[in-house]
Design a protein around this ligand. Sequence first.
Ligand SMILES: [Fe+2]
Length: 111
Amino acid sequence: MQYIEEKLDPKTADCARALKSLQEELEATSYYHQRFATTTEPELKDIVGHNRDEEIEHCCMLIEWLRRNMPKWDENLRTYLFTSAPLTEVESAGAEGAGADGDLSVRSTNR
Ligand SMILES: [Fe+2]
């Protein structure tokens, strides 16, 4: 893998690998999703739809690895995921703003 910086520490290099892999999985998801939308032959449509869904699973696995290894991912995922609140309101409420149920009231800091 080619890095934009030399002499990366092992943890930073692993994060770079995960981020590059996520980029590749997201691209693959988009390719398969576009093919699924435009494929008319039923069996091939099923295959590319299955492949798209597998790529989404790969994306989620990488995001979880990033959450465990890059603290800002954890902080932001806790803020933005699994909420039904409008996303711009979640942001303006700050990292402590939204609970998993979309409630914009201030969260407990016991996390
Ligand atoms: Fe994949």
